[in-house]
Design a protein around this ligand. Structure first.
Ligand code: NDP
Length: 228
């Protein structure tokens, strides 16, 4: 039976590597993105994976494997954080996970098989100054997954979280290079940023039949930067 996997935010960065990893593992993959038509077009042309545009922040969307990867940052110190920055990040990074998982849950229950894999963050585990909105949403993703894992277990659905550390994508390359080299990389014991493919391999494993006994777990993939 062909399994379908939907990867939100699957056209760039970590999501693109996840889409390709799942395709190479035999899944029929659909990638979602928000608005960057050019990047999505290039991704589809290079990989043969179709990309579909909608915002996970909207409720209105059948897949055996759901990878909730779409995410944004709107960083500011709390005293300067606007309600808009708070809402945008909560809507996308936390409500987006509800919006995508809820419509697919019934189908997974009916089929007695499902995989929900959500990309949280090291900063949802340890908190990060300047990212109260992002840390709250990403910690929320972990709570969401632990609770839902208990509901899905008897229906053959596993629900897990991956918490990447700093991964070399546009999101991280947007950080000032001096800050990256002098403050962030020295905090990573392996001495480098992670690669998107290193996260994609965790996803491919959690999506597999072999991972059926793993649910409610949080996989930390951060080069030793933080032990949750
Ligand atoms: P990128 O910014 O490189 O890519 C983000 C992807 O998410 C794009 O495909 C983007 O679409 C999509 N996206 C953003 N908002 C929405 C939305 N509302 N609806 C649908 N798609 C959306 O991010 P990364 O690859 O770096 O990050 C992927 C995930 O990993 C995120 O959840 C992030 O928080 C998490 N993470 C990343 C880390 C890192 O170091 N990079 C570290 C820890 C966690 P479009 O191209 O249209 O903008």
């Amino acid at each position: 039976m062909t399994k379908v996997a939907l990867v939100t935010g699957g056209s760039r960065g970590i999501g693109a590597a996840i889409s390709i990893g799942l395709k190479n593992a035999g899944y029929t993959v659909a990638a979602n993105y928000a608005g960057n038509d050019e990047a999505a077009g290039k991704f589809s042309a290079q990989t043969g994976i179709k990309a579909y545009k909608w915002s996970v922040a909207d409720y209105d969307a059948c897949a055996a494997v759901l990878v909730n990867n779409a995410g944004i940052t709107r960083d500011a110190m709390f005293h300067k954080l606007t309600r808009e920055q708070w809402k945008e990040v909560i809507d996308t990074n936390l409500s987006g996970v509800f919006n995508m998982t809820h419509p697919l849950w019934g189908g997974m229950r009916d089929r007695k098989f499902g995989r929900v894999i959500t990309i949280s963050s090291i900063n949802g585990q340890k908190g990060q100054a300047g990212q109260v909105n992002y840390s709250a949403a990403k910690a929320g993703d972990i709570g969401f997954s632990k609770a839902l894992a208990q509901e899905g277990a008897r229906a053959g659905i596993t629900v897990n979280v991956i918490c990447p550390g700093y991964i070399a994508t546009e999101m991280v390359k947007a950080i000032d290079e001096k800050v990256l080299n002098e403050r962030i990389i020295p905090q990573i014991p392996v001495g480098r940023l992670g690669e998107p493919e290193e996260i994609a391999r965790c996803v491919v494993f959690l999506a597999s039949e072999d991972a059926g006994f793993i649910t409610g777990s949080t996989i930390t993939a951060n080069g030793g930067q933080y032990f949750a």
